[in-house]
Design a protein around this ligand. Sequence first.
Ligand code: SF4
Length: 119
Amino acid sequence: MIKFGRKIKEAVRAIDNLSKFKKFSKLKASYIEYDKFADSNLRQGYFCYNCIYWVNTLGGQCMLVKNEGPGVMGKKSNVIAPHGCCTGYEPNYDKIDDTRKGEQHKKLSTADVTDVASK
Ligand code: SF4
């Protein structure tokens, strides 16, 4: 019974923390969205598509940045576009293609990065 009460307290605390979490505005995150990059290869570049925070729902959302409001260039698209980017960018190595040549710059995947820690 004590364990069950502790579990409830943990769940309430987790919900409380979630309700305190606020996303950044596009301006505060320095979000940029150029239409000329819409046809780019999204797997080769610093794009929201390759970012670990990007969620592909309803045209694109981000876990850190609000989809409403203007970006740095004043554009109001109401989505976090796959061809957008901001200062919070963190690469998702399962999606990005590293176009640099040479052994020292070979393509990495998340498995490669996480395997380093276990070696
Ligand atoms: S680059 Fe910025 S806006 Fe785009 S998904 Fe990542 S954190 Fe969100």
